[in-house]
Design a protein around this ligand. Structure first.
Ligand SMILES: Cc1cc2nc3c(=O)[nH]c(=O)nc-3n(C[C@H](O)[C@H](O)[C@H](O)COP(=O)(O)O)c2cc1C
Length: 378
């Protein structure tokens, strides 16, 4: 078992080929926003309190009516099958076993039907609005049929951010062994064995609609760019709202203006996020706009903070600023790459125990006790 998320990351780095590790770990351009996601937490100090009976700490909450054993969700991440074969399934199983929720990406490496069948739970489904609205609508219908509870609409990818590590590594789907990366890949026989025995890594939901997808290896970024629609507007959110009967969460909001628009166009939850620094490099850290967004729309919607969480103390800060829950992307992908389902469970366990310990040291017995008085400028 790893001691902390950084240790899980190191284990993943050793187990995964460089191109796969970089696909997970990397971000857009100079990765300034990736670093800012971490730095933003450093601007707050936590306030210790003493003389309070903290023998019973309760970290359970509800999110859009669903119970969570701890205010944590697994963020939607495409192609978990790069980290380990059919990776969405062990990730979703670990979430359910821990009593938390996971949002399954529409760009998953197994179909949304396979996840709901092989890892049953109260999962959410994340959607990009694709150029082909008929395919988009069909995905919504499939997610409805298979019992997904909440639709997460990600709006911060009208075009794909340039992840320079992927370009430099010549990342393809499925990953290919080339002269350049052969030695590096062969040094990770555990990964190679799992991937070689499993099904071909591809965008399974897209391939289900168009069987020509995945027949030949293709470059990652141009393919994704060809799917996404740069004309998407708030009108499309209204359309989503009409065709999806359950709650809708809008992901990728970084300003008060957009948070208000999301609520006006029917969002039940707002996910404050810069896509883990993978989209607009130079944007602020995800935590930075959180307090003003909470002040503006927090009474009308539930707010999730997504990006840069690596410690339970980071979660404590986001929750104290008014987030109802936090999402993690890379921390559980490191776990998946390091040790499959057990690694994801480890990531969840680490963050949960760190949060509980921080709350005890802050004299907070319940999540509701975390508020702005628990923070000072660092
Ligand atoms: C490898 C990878 C793939 C991702 N794929 C998606 C995706 O398909 N849909 C989406 O909305 N966000 C995607 N994201 C962004 C995550 O949902 C989340 O916003 C981000 O990872 C949060 O930052 P963190 O990694 O610091 O926790 C992806 C992130 C990573 C690292």
């Amino acid at each position: 078992m790893a001691l902390n998320i950084d240790e899980l990351r190191e284990r993943a780095r050793r187990k995964l080929p460089t191109a796969v590790f970089d696909f997970i770990d990397g971000a857009a351009e100079d990765e300034v926003t990736l670093r800012r996601n971490r730095e933003a937490f450093g601007r707050y100090a936590l306030v210790p309190r003493v003389g309070i009976d903290v023998s019973a700490i309760d970290v359970a909450v509800t999110m859009l009516g669903q119970p969570l054993s701890v205010p944590l969700l697994l963020a939607p991440t495409g192609l978990c099958g790069m980290a380990t074969s059919r990776g969405e399934i062990p990730a979703a199983r670990a979430a359910t076993e821990a009593g938390i929720l996971c949002a399954v990406s529409c760009l998953s490496s197994v179909t949304l039907e396979e996840v709901s069948r092989e890892a049953p739970g109260q999962h959410w489904f994340q959607l990009y609005v694709w150029k082909d609205r008929a395919v988009t609508q069909a995905l919504v219908e499939r997610a409805t049929q298979h019992g997904y509870r909440v639709l997460v609409v990600t709006l911060d990818v009208p075009v794909l951010g340039q992840r320079e590590r992927d370009v430099r590594n010549g990342a393809t789907i499925p990953p290919r062994i080339t002269l350049r990366n052969a030695l590096d890949t062969l040094r990770r026989p555990g990964w190679l064995w799992k991937i070689a025995r499993g099904p071909r890594v591809t965008f399974a939901n897209v391939a289900a609609a168009d069987p020509s997808v995945g027949l030949n290896p293709f470059a990652l970024s141009p393919f994704i760019n060809s799917l996404f629609d740069p004309t998407v507007t708030w009108k499309d959110l209204e359309w989503m709202r009409r065709i999806w009967k359950g709650p809708v969460a809008v992901k990728g909001v970084m300003t008060v203006e957009d948070a208000r628009l999301a609520v006006e166009h029917g969002a039940d939850a707002v996910i404050v996020s810069n896509h883990g620094g993978r989209q607009l490099d130079g944007a602020a850290g995800a935590l930075d706009p959180l307090p003003e967004i909470v002040d503006a729309v927090g009474s009308r919607t539930e707010i999730i903070l997504d990006g840069g969480i690596r410690r339970g103390t980071d979660m404590a800060k986001a929750l104290a600023l008014g987030a109802r829950a936090c999402m993690i992307g890379r921390p559980y992908l490191y776990g998946l790459g390091a040790a499959g389902q057990a690694g994801v469970a480890d990531a969840i366990r680490i963050l949960t125990s760190e949060l509980r310990r921080a709350m005890a040291l802050m004299g907070c017995k319940r999540i509701g006790d975390l508020g702005r008085s628990c923070l000072r400028p660092a």
